[in-house]
Structure formats: C-alpha cells, structure tokens
Design a protein. Structure first.
Length: 477
C-alpha cells in the first residue's frame, strides 16, 4: 500500500510539472536550460504553446551569438527557482537580487531595469486610502521579490498570494483583491490589453531595480561562462529587444468621478489650512529640522553627480559596514579616472564633460549591487568602496565596470567615446591601521599603472599578495 501511494504521488508531481512548464526540445549534452515564469508578460510567458518575451528573446540571442543550444522551461515562479536550485547547466533568465536566495543562487551581470508599483482599484472608496496600512490586504506573486519586499517593510500587511502574475491580475479584475504590488512593466502589458485598462491604477512606485541572471550556487564555471557569453552580445541587439517589448504608450483619460472628488478635496484642504494656522510654530520647527537634514546631506554630497564627496566617503569608511567588511577581508577600494577627459572638454565643451560625469554616477548607483560607498573625489576621479567575495569576484566587477558601465556614458552619435583606467585594491589582510588615505593611495598608484599601460584598462592587487605581479586586463586605447 505504501509503495502504491508513493507511485501515485510521483505520478501526480510529474503531471503537475508537465502542465505548468513549457520546454523546447533538448539537443546534445551542452544544452543550457533557461527557466522563468510562464506568466510574466512582457518578460517571459507562454502563448500558443511557445515561450515568448523579452528574456526569451535575449537568451535565444545568447545561444545564437555563443553557439550554445538553449532550451526553455517556463513554469510558476516558485517552480522556476526550485528548478535552478537543483543544479546542472541551468540559468534563471532574470530576477531581482535578494539576499534570501543567496544560499542557492549566484548572480551574474545585470540585464534590464524594472520597477514595482502599488496598484489599487480605480473607485472612489479605494482611492480614499492610497497608503499602505496595517491589516490591509495586498495581492502578490508567491515567492516573488514583491512578497519579500512587503514582508520586510510592512510586516503587519496581510498578503494574498497567487502562483503567477496572470492569476493575480485576474483576481484583481474579478474583485478578489483591491490592491496589488506588481512590476510596472508587467501590469502595463496585461492591463493595456483589457477593454477598460484603467480598472486598476498605479498609486506609488515602491522601487526601481535591475534584473539579474542567476545560476546554481557554487557553480563558478557556469557563472564565468554565462558572464563571458553575455559580454559577447552586441549592445545594439539588446537595445532592439528592449524596445520591441517595453516601448508602449498610453493616453490617460480623466474619469468622471474625479471632478466631484476634486471639489471635496478642495473643501478638505481649506479646512485643513485653518487648523494648520494654529500649529504654525510646530510646522516651522519641523521645516527647520528638515532643512538641517538637507544641509547635512549637502555637506557630504557631490553637487554635480549626487554621489558622496570626500567628506561623505570618509564618514562611510568609519562606519560599521566597512569595518565589518575589513574584518571579513571582503572590502575593495577602487580608483577610476576618465581617460582623456580634458580632450572631451576641449572638443565637446564642459557641458558635455559634466554629462559624462553625471552619466557615470547614475551607472554606478543603478548597476553596482556590490557598492557600499560611491564617491566623486573631484574632476574626473571616482572612488568606490565595494563588497566582494574574493580576488576573482573583484576582477569580474572591475572588468564589468570598464566594459559596461563606463562606456554607457558615451554619446556615440556625437563621436564621444568614454573609457577609464581603474586601479583596485582588495583589503584581504589585517596589517595594523589601514587608513582610507593609504588605501586610496595604493589604488591610485595602480590606476596610474593602468594609464601607463595604454589606458582603458584595469590593474588590481590584494594586500595579502603585495609584491607579487598585479592582475591586469583591458584593451589599449
């Protein structure tokens, strides 16, 4: 009887997996299995039995460029994670970085930007409470980053879980939930296909992050293979795929109920103003405190790029996070200097030079999950404090900065190409007091060695191997 029950359970599991998944035919032993959701439009979904979407097109292009056979297994979100966790030549097509998945996933390079918004039913009763409050019910996809985000920041909210985005949105349209936390691009894609695309409307963007590909934990060979293959894909092709799936436009029409609601709001504002007159002293005190916080922020911030300045970098260096990283030997100090920056100012003007610096600052902020402190020290010099696992990780990150992030500030339509020389030090040993100035000095010397080697290159070293040959890679300008 026991063996019969086991056999029936296994048979049911196979049937569930088969019905929830769509796979392309397998070819050869070198095949790369790509997993994701079957209902994550426009990123990955199944239509007429075929996998489609932005991420599907990206990994098909990856296979064509690198001559690697690729198959797709699209299932419910949790199933896609578990499939990768079981190991093998598998890659998750794209997901947000989450520390809770670090024990079974290793992340590669960032792919595309995604944002998440709180959507609420478009009726006057729901619009009265646009904020997230305790005990409020919000629909999410089980196992998705949205669920983790709300649990960590709004622990008193009641989460209503669904297996995938299609079921979640359908439940909202059928009145089962009045609030949903959805990827903005995904909600736009689904809702725009409805006869009434404004049945749910976005109230607030809660975060904007990058999607990363991921492989099974501790499979460094596959991770390095995936990173190398991603770098082979032309940026023009990536841009074409992104424009194909994400370029949509909508015209917003004002619902009829807005005008009477507006009159009610005006009356409320007038009444509130009378009440606030009696609280002038308290309000001014709050304003002064807010102003003091802004002034403090200005004192530690570079006015051009919005990154930290030297004072802000010194403050971060003395913080607990950096001290913990130094103790665990996982702190890296990078010096980045834009090559031929004077030539950019001379040939294109100082305004274009400023745009280059601003573009670099944004690239570092949006795409470096390893970043602990990002600063501009002055001119065209940047100093970054990063959290890295080891020397190999440092080499991969610095090469990614040189190959992907720095060139993203180029304006090729004007013939303006941006490259940089990078020096990086891994603090993987404890030798007396290591000051910020001494580490910057060492990284700076490596950066000048990179310039002497022909610019547009990287030189790294670890303190534990000081005196040995430096790692260097890059292309000569």
């Amino acid at each position: 009887m026991y063996h019969q029950l086991v056999t029936l359970a296994l048979t049911a599991a196979i049937v569930v997996w088969t019905s929830a998944s769509v796979a392309m035919p397998t070819v050869g032993e070198n095949i790369l299995t790509v997993t994701n959701s079957h209902s994550w439009k426009p990123f990955a979904f199944v239509e007429d039995g075929e996998p489609k979407g932005l991420l599907v097109d990206y990994w098909r292009l990856y296979g064509d460029v690198n001559q690697v056979p690729v198959e797709f297994i699209l299932s419910d979100w949790n199933d896609s994670l578990e499939h990768v966790a079981r190991g093998g030549r598998k890659v998750h097509a794209g997901l947000l970085y989450s520390s809770s998945r670090d024990h079974f996933l290793d992340y590669t390079l960032p792919l595309f930007e995604i944002s998440a918004s709180l959507y609420i039913a478009n009726d006057s009763e729901q619009l009265k409470t646009p904020n997230i409050l305790p005990e409020m019910e919000i629909g999410v996809v089980r196992g998705g980053y949205e669920e983790e985000y709300l649990k960590s920041r709004y622990p008193l909210v009641k989460l209503v879980g669904f297996d995938n985005n299609a079921k979640l949105i359908e439940a909202g349209l059928n009145g089962q939930v009045n609030r949903m936390l959805l990827d903005t691009q995904v909600a736009t894609y689904y809702l725009s296909q409805r006869t009434d695309p404004y049945q749910f409307i976005p109230i607030d963007i809660l975060y904007t992050k990058m999607i990363y590909a991921a492989v099974p934990e501790d499979n460094e060979a596959l991770r390095d293979e995936i990173i190398a293959g991603m770098k082979n894909i032309p940026q023009t092709e990536i841009t074409r795929i992104e424009q194909k799936w994400l370029n949509t436009s909508h015209v917003f029409t004002v619902p009829g109920w807005v005008w009477p609601l507006g009159l009610v709001l005006i009356a409320l504002v007038t009444f509130s103003y009378i009440v606030l007159l009696r609280q002038t002293v308290q309000r001014k005190t709050r304003d002064l405190k807010a102003l003091n916080k802004k002034l403090e922020a200005y004192a530690f911030t570079d006015s051009l790029t919005g990154l930290l300045n030297r004072r802000g970098l010194e403050k971060m260096f003395e913080g607990r996070k950096v001290k913990a990283l130094m103790k665990s030997r996982q702190l890296a100090v990078l010096m980045i200097d834009v090559d031929h920056f004077k030539r950019i100012n001379d040939n294109f003007g100082h305004r274009k030079g400023d745009e280059v610096l601003i573009g670099l600052g944004k690239a570092f902020e949006h795409s470096l999950k390893e970043g602990i402190a990002l600063s501009r020290l002055g001119g065209e010099e940047f100093c970054l404090l990063l959290e890295v696992k080891n020397r190999h990780h440092l080499d991969a990150v610095t090469e990614y900065i040189r190959c992907r992030l720095v060139p993203s500030a180029s304006q090729r339509e004007l013939g303006l190409e941006v490259n940089a020389s990078i020096g990086a030090v891994l603090v993987d040993t404890k030798r007396g007091h290591l000051s910020l100035d001494s580490l910057i000095h060492q990284a700076d010397k490596l950066m000048y060695l990179a310039k002497a080697a022909g610019r547009n290159s990287v030189k790294t070293k670890s303190l534990s191997s000081e005196g040995k040959q430096h790692h260097a890679f890059g292309v000569l300008s």
